[in-house]
Design a protein around this ligand. Structure first.
Ligand SMILES: CC(C)(COP(=O)(O)OP(=O)(O)OC[C@H]1O[C@@H](n2cnc3c(N)ncnc32)[C@H](O)[C@@H]1OP(=O)(O)O)[C@@H](O)C(=O)NCCC(=O)NCCS
Length: 160
């Protein structure tokens, strides 16, 4: 997989490939992954978009997001483990920034499990930790995990 990453708008037809990425990227222990029916239910709603990262013909990552009334939320970001560490996540995040601006959003936010290494990527690309949601994720064996709320505003919205 030495080809360049292409980020394309996705739809319901991409869900099987997205679910393959989801199931391999997220540790099932923490309850962060969504089901196919949760994704399928959200996709048709106003302001929601799916970005699929491809290397050649293969879907290696995706981002699911929505923008409403000047605010955009990154709902999910994942890259297949064998494609991680090559800039795919960063490309998806920069695409999310550009798409949010195009859709008129100047305030971005997301929730991420406290302790998820993705926090390093988000803060490197301009997000700040603005809050904590206790017991946000329902993990395996009844365990719950806090989420951190991260935000990024117009002043730092240019892709990096
Ligand atoms: C988070 C995730 C999407 C990052 O994707 P990726 O393609 O590996 O990230 P990139 O290769 O684009 O890395 C971009 C930068 O973030 C850093 N980074 C990425 N993942 C990191 C990690 N786990 N720990 C530390 N730094 C990390 C990289 O070092 C890189 O920094 P650089 O630009 O200075 O070199 C991927 O690890 C993943 O799918 N994780 C599981 C799902 C998940 O937890 N998603 C986030 C919550 S929704």
């Amino acid at each position: 997989m030495s080809e360049a990453v292409a980020i394309e708008e996705g739809g319901l037809a991409d869900l099987p490939a997205v679910m393959t990425v989801m199931e391999t990227a997220f540790d099932p222990c923490f309850g962060e992954a969504w089901t196919a029916s949760q994704c399928a239910g959200l996709l048709p709603l106003p302001g929601v978009w799916l970005s699929v990262a491809r290397i050649g013909d293969e879907a290696v990552g995706f981002a699911l997001a929505r923008a409403i009334a000047g605010e955009a939320e990154l709902l999910l970001l994942a890259v297949r483990p064998d494609a991680q560490g090559r800039g795919v996540g960063k490309s998806l995040l920069n695409h999310f920034f550009r798409e949010s601006l195009t859709r008129g959003a100047d305030h971005l936010h997301l929730e991420v499990r406290d302790g998820n290494d993705a926090i390093k990527l988000y803060t490197r690309l301009g997000f700040s930790i603005v809050g904590r949601r206790r017991n946000y994720y329902n993990g395996r064996d009844g365990q719950q995990y806090d989420a951190l709320s991260l935000a990024k505003t117009a002043a730092s919205l240019q892709p990096q």
